[in-house]
Write a protein that binds this ligand. Sequence first.
Ligand SMILES: [Zn+2]
Length: 147
Amino acid sequence: MFQMTRQRKPSWLRILCPDGNLAKLKPRRCTCGRWTIRCEPTHGVWESYDPGIIHGSEDLSVAIILNRRLMQVIWNMGISQPLLRNTWGAAGITPEATYLGEHDCQCQPISMKPFKLPAKPHASSDILANVTVTPSEIREFKKVWYQ
Ligand SMILES: [Zn+2]
Protein backbone atom coordinates (compact mmCIF):
# COMPACT_ATOMS: atom_id res chain seq x y z
CA MET A 1 0.00 0.00 0.00
CA PHE A 2 1.01 3.58 -0.54
CA GLN A 3 1.62 4.39 3.10
CA MET A 4 3.86 1.39 3.63
CA THR A 5 6.38 2.14 0.92
CA ARG A 6 9.40 4.16 1.87
CA GLN A 7 9.35 6.69 -0.85
CA ARG A 8 12.65 7.79 -2.34
CA LYS A 9 13.51 11.42 -2.00
CA PRO A 10 12.39 13.24 -5.14
CA SER A 11 15.52 14.74 -6.69
CA TRP A 12 13.78 17.99 -7.62
CA LEU A 13 13.42 18.91 -3.95
CA ARG A 14 17.00 20.17 -4.21
CA ILE A 15 15.89 22.67 -6.84
CA LEU A 16 12.85 23.86 -4.93
CA CYS A 17 14.63 24.04 -1.58
CA PRO A 18 18.04 25.63 -2.19
CA ASP A 19 20.29 25.99 0.85
CA GLY A 20 19.38 28.99 2.96
CA ASN A 21 16.30 29.91 0.95
CA LEU A 22 14.25 32.76 2.35
CA ALA A 23 11.07 30.72 2.27
CA LYS A 24 12.71 28.32 4.78
CA LEU A 25 11.76 25.29 2.75
CA LYS A 26 13.48 22.03 3.60
CA PRO A 27 12.93 18.48 2.39
CA ARG A 28 12.01 16.36 5.39
CA ARG A 29 10.79 12.83 5.80
CA CYS A 30 7.53 12.77 7.73
CA THR A 31 6.88 10.28 10.51
CA CYS A 32 4.51 8.54 8.08
CA GLY A 33 7.52 7.69 5.90
CA ARG A 34 6.74 10.02 3.02
CA TRP A 35 8.84 12.93 1.90
CA THR A 36 7.48 16.36 2.51
CA ILE A 37 8.56 19.91 1.93
CA ARG A 38 8.64 21.50 5.31
CA CYS A 39 8.46 25.18 5.88
CA GLU A 40 10.48 25.98 8.99
CA PRO A 41 10.08 29.62 9.91
CA THR A 42 12.27 30.92 12.72
CA HIS A 43 9.24 31.81 14.78
CA GLY A 44 6.08 29.98 14.09
CA VAL A 45 4.56 26.69 13.33
CA TRP A 46 6.16 24.25 10.93
CA GLU A 47 4.05 23.34 8.00
CA SER A 48 4.50 20.37 5.72
CA TYR A 49 3.55 20.12 2.10
CA ASP A 50 3.37 17.16 -0.23
CA PRO A 51 6.20 17.00 -2.76
CA GLY A 52 4.00 17.52 -5.78
CA ILE A 53 3.26 20.64 -7.73
CA ILE A 54 -0.42 21.47 -7.99
CA HIS A 55 -1.05 23.24 -11.23
CA GLY A 56 -3.99 23.59 -13.59
CA SER A 57 -7.71 23.49 -13.07
CA GLU A 58 -7.88 19.71 -12.64
CA ASP A 59 -5.43 19.62 -9.70
CA LEU A 60 -6.98 22.72 -8.20
CA SER A 61 -10.50 21.31 -8.39
CA VAL A 62 -9.35 18.26 -6.46
CA ALA A 63 -7.55 20.40 -3.89
CA ILE A 64 -10.60 22.60 -3.40
CA ILE A 65 -12.99 19.64 -3.18
CA LEU A 66 -10.74 17.98 -0.60
CA ASN A 67 -10.46 21.30 1.18
CA ARG A 68 -6.66 21.00 1.16
CA ARG A 69 -4.78 24.07 2.17
CA LEU A 70 -2.68 25.45 -0.65
CA MET A 71 0.44 27.54 -0.64
CA GLN A 72 1.36 29.34 -3.81
CA VAL A 73 4.95 28.95 -4.93
CA ILE A 74 6.43 31.80 -6.88
CA TRP A 75 9.89 31.30 -8.30
CA ASN A 76 11.88 34.46 -8.12
CA MET A 77 14.29 34.63 -11.04
CA GLY A 78 16.36 37.41 -9.54
CA ILE A 79 17.37 35.56 -6.41
CA SER A 80 16.79 32.03 -7.77
CA GLN A 81 14.63 31.13 -4.84
CA PRO A 82 11.07 30.15 -4.18
CA LEU A 83 8.76 32.59 -2.45
CA LEU A 84 5.56 31.47 -0.82
CA ARG A 85 2.24 33.21 -0.79
CA ASN A 86 -0.63 32.19 1.42
CA THR A 87 -3.94 31.42 -0.18
CA TRP A 88 -7.16 31.90 1.70
CA GLY A 89 -9.81 29.44 0.59
CA ALA A 90 -10.41 29.60 -3.13
CA ALA A 91 -9.70 33.32 -3.25
CA GLY A 92 -6.80 34.28 -5.44
CA ILE A 93 -6.35 30.79 -6.84
CA THR A 94 -5.55 30.67 -10.51
CA PRO A 95 -4.85 27.63 -12.72
CA GLU A 96 -1.73 29.31 -14.17
CA ALA A 97 0.03 29.47 -10.83
CA THR A 98 1.81 26.66 -9.01
CA TYR A 99 0.93 25.48 -5.53
CA LEU A 100 1.94 23.04 -2.88
CA GLY A 101 -0.77 21.20 -0.98
CA GLU A 102 -0.63 20.68 2.76
CA HIS A 103 0.67 17.26 3.73
CA ASP A 104 -1.80 14.98 5.43
CA CYS A 105 -0.44 11.62 6.59
CA GLN A 106 -3.86 10.06 6.03
CA CYS A 107 -4.28 11.26 2.46
CA GLN A 108 -2.54 10.68 -0.81
CA PRO A 109 -0.89 13.71 -2.35
CA ILE A 110 -3.01 15.56 -4.87
CA SER A 111 -0.11 15.70 -7.27
CA MET A 112 3.26 13.99 -7.69
CA LYS A 113 4.39 16.36 -10.41
CA PRO A 114 7.96 17.60 -10.04
CA PHE A 115 8.78 21.23 -9.70
CA LYS A 116 10.43 22.68 -12.79
CA LEU A 117 12.25 25.93 -12.99
CA PRO A 118 10.27 28.44 -15.01
CA ALA A 119 11.37 29.26 -18.53
CA LYS A 120 13.70 32.18 -19.12
CA PRO A 121 12.06 35.61 -19.06
CA HIS A 122 11.97 36.03 -22.84
CA ALA A 123 9.24 33.39 -23.04
CA SER A 124 6.46 35.95 -22.89
CA SER A 125 3.75 33.30 -22.66
CA ASP A 126 5.13 32.26 -19.30
CA ILE A 127 3.14 33.95 -16.59
CA LEU A 128 6.19 34.09 -14.33
CA ALA A 129 7.99 36.16 -16.94
CA ASN A 130 5.94 39.13 -15.84
CA VAL A 131 6.65 38.69 -12.18
CA THR A 132 9.45 40.80 -10.86
CA VAL A 133 10.30 41.29 -7.24
CA THR A 134 12.06 44.40 -6.13
CA PRO A 135 14.50 44.52 -3.20
CA SER A 136 11.90 46.39 -1.16
CA GLU A 137 9.38 43.62 -1.80
CA ILE A 138 11.91 41.09 -0.60
CA ARG A 139 12.43 43.17 2.54
CA GLU A 140 8.68 43.31 3.01
CA PHE A 141 8.45 39.58 2.48
CA LYS A 142 11.15 38.95 5.08
CA LYS A 143 9.47 41.28 7.53
CA VAL A 144 6.11 39.53 7.21
CA TRP A 145 7.74 36.12 7.17
CA TYR A 146 9.80 36.56 10.32
CA GLN A 147 7.04 38.17 12.36
ZN1 LIG B 1 3.04 12.33 7.08
